[in-house]
Design a protein around this ligand. Structure first.
Ligand code: COA
Length: 702
């Protein structure tokens, strides 16, 4: 049977039943019924309780089956062991959605009961919110089917929360902060509906302009990523993520896997998806409030207007941190602001209208900025002075905010001073004016708006898939699997690289020292020797790699030294041979990897090469597929980029070839689910135009 994918009647049910509605005011079933009745919900409401009678003036039905009409949404608030029988009633009644408030399922290990419920709902084409939720609020239906606060202000912010307690607290907080909600959904155990289903709904929900998600874990990472990429092209999404665990790092068999567990993957992928990340509840509230009341900018020219030079300079630093770009066309700034700035002030950005500025001067300067088409956003700063009449300033700032909003120009205010300033801030905040006593908070809100603006307006490039000799790669995988190996041997890994057109140094696998010398003479000195053994994962640590061998004696001695060292380190290891390789000329040593991440699906990683990558964590992740621009951006966001772009006397490295290598690994991982990890470390990036060389490749199978 086809599942319902349209959540319309969850958000706009035509009739709602509350199973477990109770006359006892302390019970959750009572509170949900009371909240539904006190919201302005226009549909029919049916309390269900075997006792019958009336609750809150409503006729109570002893069973759902006795309700005389169809019901779209059933809120279930009875103990866990009784829920399955109610689900059966819902199936008979052809209910579409269940919001199962009840706890006591998979969150405490009762998976079997939860699975039974899910299976039954799937058979009958019903969808479940929860279990273990506080319910759902929907402004579209004026329906508060939660046991949170009764009063919710309607608006344009949708909240998805995995934590019930935090969600209920947020409902209260949004009310006091003046944030209007289009909906709030408690995700609970996500036995059926999960965050991606709701994001898909919010993409098309006209009332929702800003989405806030409190996330602990993901049900289907790749789908979540797809949904995020779609919604952030239209709306702002703020995510507060908890559970930044290092667990994944413990059992990891590659650097890539280890780093993926370190939250680096989440950071990179969320950036790639256009997510505004919040670090705390306070941070999240401040950003969603700002985004819900202010327009996105139409350009990058920000102007600071201040009455204090110091405050302006501090804000300039903060702008840099939050990637807010200050308008820097001095002649244009002079033209715009010279009439409203005293000669001892400054029309350079920050525009300093000086400590003698009163209300009128602020008003004139702000109006100039609002009216001029070259100014796209405004940061208005102020220090309390004796000439600044704060009670008169407040209505001016309010009017300025309204005018700026009508002109699609974001504006933030930050004022510093004593009791009167604090009182003005409190008063204006209540009117949803973005005013703060901390310029960092003000600019970070504007920075969030710019992040969304840039993502929405970024040119869309074609996702990149490189040419692959897939049959050859599959052949390597089948062979390894047949031999029950989880690791491709070096020559197999080399074949995979060649199938993806990734350049490698010349090499010959040898089983004797004499063969090794012959190979080295053919390749040309200096050469590198590497052990080949599928029992040895980390070759350097076992003494399995020797570099800079310049003549036949050194090759001969090196051959014996590697065998001896590996046998000492891991006596049980079977050594298949020694690889004699061309020693690649100096370049920048990097690491490029790709993996099937258990949470996010196929990802690529780029960073510092060598064994120190796990120490410095100078890496960046992206989800696959991605485009060339995104691959270059992930390179630019690492510290090693400083070396790649040319440092002191060293030339610029071949960043184009490096980005293409990232995309090639992405293509392999995307098309080969049997591969769990590929890592090229080091990947030597040569001088611009000369390409890259994969010096060591490790490919693990899932
Ligand atoms: N149909 C309708 N009503 C039924 C029923 C049925 N099949 N079986 C029992 N009821 C009635 C009960 O008689 C009771 O009504 P009463 O007060 O008139 O006697 C009412 O439903 C509630 O049942 P009760 O046994 O009293 O349970 P409760 O209210 O103490 O607890 C839950 C029920 C769901 C609230 C509780 O089991 C629970 O899970 N609490 C945690 C909820 C939670 O925190 N969720 C996550 C939030 S993020």
């Amino acid at each position: 049977m086809k599942q319902i994918t349209d959540l319309k009647y969850l958000f706009e049910p035509r009739a709602v039943a509350v199973v477990g509605a109770s006359a006892n005011k302390e019970k959750i079933g009572h509170k949900i019924l009371a909240n539904i009745l006190s919201s302005e919900y226009k549909g029919k409401v049916f309390p269900i309780n075997p006792r019958g009678g009336r609750i809150l003036g409503q006729k109570v039905y002893p069973s759902l089956l006795e309700v005389p009409q169809d019901v779209d949404l059933v809120c279930v608030a009875i103990p866990a062991p009784l829920v399955l029988s109610v689900v059966k009633d819902c199936a008979s009644k052809k209910v579409q959605f269940l919001s199962i408030i009840t706890s006591g399922f998979s969150e405490i290990g009762q998976n079997e009961l939860e699975e039974k419920i899910v299976n039954l709902t799937r058979q009958h084409n019903m969808r479940i919110l929860g279990p273990n939720v506080f319910g759902i609020y929907s402004a579209a239906a004026k329906l508060n089917a939660t046991f949170g606060p009764a009063k919710i202000k309607p608006g344009n912010v949708a909240i998805l929360t995995q934590s019930g307690a935090l969600g209920i607290a947020l409902m209260g907080r949004t009310e006091t902060e003046g944030i209007g909600l289009s909906s709030i959904v408690s995700l609970g155990n996500k036995a059926d509906l999960n965050e991606s289903d709701f994001l898909e709904y919010f993409i098309h929900d006209k009332q929702t302009q800003v989405v806030f998600i409190y996330l602990e874990g993901l049900k289907d990472g790749p789908r979540f990523i797809r949904m995020l990429k779609q919604i952030t092209k239209k709306k702002s999404v703020v995510i507060l993520k908890a559970g930044k665990s290092k667990r994944g790092a413990l059992a990891a068999a590659s650097h890539t896997a280890s780093l993926a567990g370190s939250n680096k993957a989440y950071n990179g992928i969320s950036k790639q998806c256009g997510v505004i990340r919040a670090e705390s509840v306070k941070d999240a509230i401040s950003r969603i409030k700002y985004l819900s009341h202010s327009p996105l900018p139409a350009g990058e020219n920000t102007v600071i207007i201040t009455n204090g030079g110091g405050m302006g300079v501090l804000a300039t630093d903060v702008c840099d941190r939050h990637k807010v770009k200050l308008f820097n066309d001095k002649p244009a700034l002079k033209k715009i602001f010279s009439k409203v700035t005293p000669h001892f002030g400054s029309t350079k950005n920050p525009v300093d209208i000086t400590g003698q500025a009163g209300v009128a001067e602020y008003q004139q300067a702000l109006n100039q900025a609002i009216n001029h088409p070259l100014v796209h956003s405004i940061i208005c700063l102020g220090c309390q002075t004796a000439v600044l009449d704060l009670p008169k300033l407040a209505p001016v700032l309010e009017a300025v905010f309204k005018k700026a909003k009508a002109n699609f120009k974001p504006i933030v205010f930050s004022f510093l001073g004593g009791v009167e300033v604090e009182a003005m801030i409190k008063d204006l905040k209540r009117k949803n004016i973005p005013i703060f006593n901390d310029s960092d908070e003000a600019v970070s809100c504007l920075g969030a708006a710019y992040f969304s603006y840039r993502f929405i307006n970024a040119p869309r490039e074609k996702l990149y898939f490189s040419q692959l000799d897939l049959p050859l790669i599959k052949e390597m995988i089948i062979k390894a699997k047949a031999e029950k190996r989880k690791l491709l041997l070096p020559h197999e890994a080399v074949n995979v690289m060649q199938a993806a057109d990734i350049s490698l140094p010349q090499d010959v696998v040898c089983s004797t020292a004499v063969q090794a010398v012959t190979a080295a003479e053919k390749i040309g000195y200096p050469v590198v020797l590497k052990v080949i053994s599928h029992d040895i994962l980390h070759k350097t640590e076992t003494g399995g790699v020797l570099v800079n061998l310049n003549n036949s004696q050194q090759v001969k001695a090196g051959f014996s030294q590697i065998i001896k060292s590996c046998q000492t380190y891991r006596p049980e290891a079977k050594i298949e041979g020694i690889d004699v390789c061309e020693q690649v000329k100096a370049g920048v040593e990097t690491m490029v990897g790709a993996r099937h991440d258990p949470t996010y699906g196929p990802v690529v990683v780029f960073g510092l090469g060598g064994t120190l990558v796990e120490v410095f964590k100078d890496v960046n992740f992206r989800s696959v597929p991605l485009d060339l621009r995104q691959a270059k951006r992930m390179i630019r966001k690492t510290t090693i980029y400083t070396l790649l772009k040319g440092f002191r006397n060293s030339p610029r490295a071949d960043i184009q070839a490096l980005a293409q290598t990232i995309l090639k690994l992405g293509t392999i991982i995307y098309h080969c689910p049997q591969i769990s990890d590929i890592e090229i470390n080091p990947l030597n990036v040569l001088e611009n135009g000369k390409g890259v060389k994969a010096l060591d490749v490790r490919i693990l199978l899932s």
